[in-house]
Write a protein that binds this ligand. Sequence first.
Ligand SMILES: [Zn+2]
Ligand SMILES: [Zn+2]
Ligand SMILES: [Zn+2]
Length: 109
Amino acid sequence: MADKYYCKKCGDNYSSLSSLTANSCRNGGKHELFEGSEQSKYYCKKCGDSYSSLSSLCANSCRNGGKHEPYEGSEKSKYTCKKCGDSYSSLSSLCANSCRNGGKHEPAR
Ligand SMILES: [Zn+2]
Ligand SMILES: [Zn+2]
Ligand SMILES: [Zn+2]
């Protein structure tokens, strides 16, 4: 079990899941649990930018529109697109390329 529960929409953290889900999110609606593990860097799954904290990731705009959305998988040596299966050595290169199935690649966890 994690000691802290993070909202994937704004990066706020709470010591219990029930207090996270009981509070409203500044980005609208309720907080939503970030299901990834705590890590040294948090990546946006839409553009591959990385931040040292989830709250700074959530506070910034994504070049692909809207806000960054945290990638919930763990750091790995290869990132695979869940739509076509192509793999890249970094999340940012995966995000920079178009998917043969339309749109951009989307990283699998
Ligand atoms: Zn939130
Ligand atoms: Zn982004
Ligand atoms: Zn793809």
